[in-house]
Design a binder for this molecule. Structure first.
Ligand SMILES: Cc1cc2nc3c(=O)[nH]c(=O)nc-3n(C[C@H](O)[C@H](O)[C@H](O)COP(=O)(O)O)c2cc1C
Length: 117
């Protein structure tokens, strides 16, 4: 999903398991996503958000993939981002179905509309 968003928006993509969180300082907007694990963001995502440098007045868009139910995923991400100075302007999710090619067009449309605004 991250790769599809990156391609559609021409925004560079970074793997948060191997990137220094300070990379976000080069950008005005953060688009950050996660698979849902145990109704929450994956551990790697939570750790990345905790290590983000503090900022002021930057915007974030959050996304997730899940099998069934995302539970507290967006709430947890918004809270962590807010504590770092980010205002989350859009959250968008995609339910993944086994053996079905993923279609992210709905989320990508939502993101493109938010970016136009
Ligand atoms: C350890 C683990 C916990 C998961 N917990 C949830 C969950 O709480 N809710 C949910 O909808 N999906 C859950 N999933 C499914 C993942 O969100 C899903 O595999 C992921 O979004 C990627 O989709 P894919 O496996 O079809 O590529 C879990 C997967 C794993 C491996």
């Amino acid at each position: 999903m991250a790769e599809a968003i990156s391609e559609a928006t021409k925004a560079p993509a970074f793997d948060m398991t191997s990137s220094n969180p300070s990379v976000v300082e080069d950008f005005d907007l953060l688009i950050v996503g996660t698979p849902v694990e145990g109704f929450n963001p994956a551990k790697e995502t939570t750790e990345f958000l905790e290590r983000l440098p503090k900022t002021e007045g930057k915007k974030a868009i959050i996304f997730c993939t899940c099998a069934l139910w995302k539970g507290r995923t967006f709430g947890t991400m918004k809270k962590k981002l807010s504590s770092k100075g980010y205002d989350t302007i859009l959250s968008t999710s995609k339910k993944m179905k086994k053996d079905t090619p993923a279609d992210f067009s709905e989320s990508i449309n939502q993101i493109q509309k938010a970016l136009e605004k």
